[in-house]
Write a protein that binds this ligand. Structure first.
Ligand SMILES: *Cc1c(COP(=O)(O)O)cnc(C)c1O
Length: 509
């Protein structure tokens, strides 16, 4: 059912004021607080009968009691349950965010990650008691090495961005060892924002290289920019337009011939797994986003993981500790004189590794290859379904995602943002918008392999419907979303002047 304008007025219905489940201004816990209300129903423990001063040194005590909201247990439970129902999730519907690979996360991963042996493990336990966990890490490293063709693997980095930093610091260390760290790093204009940020955090000046008319980096542009003061190139492949960089092998050769290294942003590895190996086409070091390619629940802030795979030249610079095997026993080795050091506490986000391991094992090599094919097929099918509805700025054939824009909607004063907001009314999470920056008004869609043919067709149907509305009733798009707990935000103010404190309804002191 397509909503009508009378439905739009339902927000004025008096029932809305009472229906707390739909209420847009749902009160915060602090606003619901009533002085003296208690959430626990347990009898006082002996500790509560004693004054805190008799147990804790005075200088550790607060001068005043902490101002916490006071609520009953059901109030707290209902608050969080209501909040969870406001959330969009991959378990509720399609999540077409481009670049983010919001694929369905099989529940078997969660079953495995909750096995008591993993849950109860503490990283300070002696290696002898952690053999299973260390073996899992070593095996996962082997699988990632096999898929990337890069044999030196670390599971440390907490996300793609930290993986980038790890890889670029390894390049830096390798160049320092040769006597000159160099000053510049080449980054294409289609790169994710983390790439130039990483390069400058690692001490390099970024040199931008433009995407050509085919949506790729050209051999000539790299040949022109790559010099003896450039540490190398950071390249995403397939790139953020979903296009495979067809000249990457030749580009890698140019960088290598002038003493540089090639870093590959492997966030789009879900388009390559089982088909092509970056190590084989000349990449020296890359990261993989386990939370994208290897199915981890993500989007709510993590944890994710960005393991780094490098070739043997860069192995000595891997962060510590590294998993080593000696006489059939696994352990963590910290004694690596050339290492870039330790990037985080302990050695990885372990439960993320367990889920990725379960995912890879449950699919097997055939399943992983099939996933890659399906991710590409789904994206191409969607591109085909929508090619007459939204303009495609780069005509080159794409792999796992497609970038459209709002060129055909602009004459009706409808923009990408309006289309994205209207999708919320139809019950979909919007795609990625205004990225990559090389496309004006970008609408970037990555369906992933999880969606069925019917699901893709339904989504395309909705987008066509919205494109029709853009022509006939553009105001609907301008008003969207109306069927959401919140309408349109003033996004600039929300980012610049966020209101992080709720109005407090606490007991006077
Ligand atoms: C997601 C992504 C990143 C950053 O990864 P995080 O895990 O979010 O830090 C980098 N590059 C590309 C192309 C990405 O899609």
């Amino acid at each position: 059912m397509i909503p009508t304008s009378s439905d739009l007025n339902s927000t004025q219905d008096p029932a809305m004021a009472y229906n707390i489940r739909l209420k847009p201004d749902m009160p915060t816990l602090f606003e619901q607080s009533v002085a003296g209300r208690r959430g626990d129903s347990l009898r006082p423990l002996w500790t509560q009968a004693r004054a805190p001063e008799s147990m804790i040194p005075a200088h550790y005590l607060r001068p005043q009691p902490c101002l916490l909201p006071e609520l009953s247990e059901p109030e707290v439970v209902r608050h969080y349950t209501r909040l969870s129902a406001l959330n969009y999730a991959i378990d509720l519907g399609m999540y077409p965010l481009g670049s983010c690979t919001m694929k369905y996360n099989p529940k078997i991963n969660e079953v495995v990650a909750r096995m008591p042996g993993f849950v109860a493990l503490h990283p300070y336990e002696p290696a002898a008691l952690q053999q299973g966990a260390l073996a899992l890490m070593a095996n996962l490293q082997d699988y990632l090495a096999e898929m990337t063709g890069l044999s030196a693997v670390t599971l440390h980095p907490s996300a793609g961005a930290q993986g980038e930093l790890c890889g670029i610091l390894m390049i830096r260390r390798a160049l320092e060892k040769r006597g000159n760290a160099r000053h510049k790093m080449i980054v294409p204009d289609s790169a994710h924002g983390t790439n130039p940020a990483t390069a400058s955090l690692a001490g390099y000046t970024t040199v931008k290289v433009d995407t050509n008319a085919q949506g790729m980096v050209s051999v000539e542009s790299i040949a022109q920019l790559m010099d003896e003061d450039t540490a190398g190139l950071m390249m995403t492949c397939p790139n953020t337009l979903g296009i495979f960089e067809k000249d990457i092998q030749q580009i890698c050769k140019i960088v290598h011939d002038r003493g540089g290294f090639v870093y590959m942003d492997g966030a789009n590895m879900n388009a390559l797994c089982g088909v092509a190996r970056p190590g084989d086409f000349g990449v020296d070091v890359m990261h993989i986003n386990l939370h994208k390619t290897f199915s981890q629940p993500h989007g709510g802030g993590g944890p994710g993981a960005g393991p780094v795979c490098a070739n043997e030249t860069l192995r000595p610079y891997l962060p510590v500790p590294v998993v080593v095997q000696d006489n059939g026993m696994y352990s963590l080795c910290y004694n690596k004189p050339d290492s870039i050091g330790q990037l985080r506490a302990f050695s990885c986000s372990f439960m993320v590794m367990v889920r990725a391991y379960a995912y890879i094992r449950s699919l097997g090599p055939d399943g992983i290859l099939m996933n890659t094919h399906m991710a590409v097929l789904n994206a191409r099918y969607l591109r085909h379904l929508l090619k007459d509805t939204f303009y495609i700025p780069y005509q080159t054939e794409t792999l796992h995602e497609t970038v459209f824009n709002d060129k055909w909607q602009k004459p009706y004063d409808v923009s990408t943002l309006d289309i994205a907001k209207r999708l919320i009314d139809y019950g979909y999470h919007p795609p990625t918008v205004y990225f990559p920056l090389v496309v004006q008004g970008a609408l970037m869609i990555e369906p992933t392999e999880s969606e069925t043919k019917e699901s893709l067709e339904r989504f395309a149907e909705v987008l066509k419907q919205i494109a029709k509305e853009a022509q006939t009733q553009p105001k609907r798009l301008k008003d969207a979303p109306v069927f959401a707990p919140r309408r349109r935000f003033d996004e600039a103010s929300a980012a610049r002047k966020p209101i992080l404190r709720a109005k407090r309804n606490l007991a006077p002191e």
